[in-house]
Design a protein around this ligand. Sequence first.
Ligand SMILES: C[S@@+](CC[C@H](N)C(=O)[O-])C[C@H]1O[C@@H](n2cnc3c(N)ncnc32)[C@H](O)[C@@H]1O
Length: 237
Amino acid sequence: MEQTYVDCLAYFGVGGAHPGGLQLTKKILSKEAIDKTKFILDAGCGTGQTAAYIAKHYGCQVTSLDYNELMVEKAMQRFQRLNLPIKVIQGRTEHLPFENASFDIVLSESVIAFTNIFLTIAEFKRVLHQNGLLIAVEMVQEKSLSKDELEEITRFYGVPRLLREHEWHNVFRHAGFKQIHVELCDLQFDENDVNNVPDFSISEKMNDTLFEILKEHQRLTKKYKEKLGYRIFRCFV
Ligand SMILES: C[S@@+](CC[C@H](N)C(=O)[O-])C[C@H]1O[C@@H](n2cnc3c(N)ncnc32)[C@H](O)[C@@H]1O
């Protein structure tokens, strides 16, 4: 089977595979009222860097979910190594295996764009409490893209569509979220801070295709740096 961008992230075991990485995550979470009593879902958790940080730092009930088997395996290994009581589930955001109103916060960092966004956002809304909050870090189209450009990005990343900020806003609103706050991602971080060292858990079996995918990702990031951006959406039920 052909390897995808997400497979590449999984094989390299990239922790914090979203713009701004763990530093941005910490900044976002520091603005929320999180304590031990909260139930938090890290949806599309990847290798579990964020879930581990939340469980360790806030001591609350964390559940993490991802559909990629290797990501789930690496997340489990991380939680075991750190002795963290985090539930790990292999599943899809479009069909969450949770009861209605199970969580106070759903956090989804660079995930929704890879999924059926309508089903995923409806599911996030369903599993949130009455006063729940969805925090999503998502890719946005900043400037018009030609048909070929759009095709190049969506095919490489395996994302069904590339929304503009107002389109994301409309989808969240349509799913029933009442208030939607949007922030720009501040991607500046201090390279000398030991907390910012990259987090990888590289698989033993790597192949050339995975390195080519990584190289192509770097090429596209450079090519589209003016046309693609990211936003933090804070959506209140
Ligand atoms: C760019 S990575 C981000 C991972 C993680 N949130 C982080 O910031 O490190 C996207 C993640 O979404 C997961 N994903 C993509 N589509 C999914 C789906 N439909 N259901 C669950 N997880 C999905 C991928 O397996 C991958 O781990």
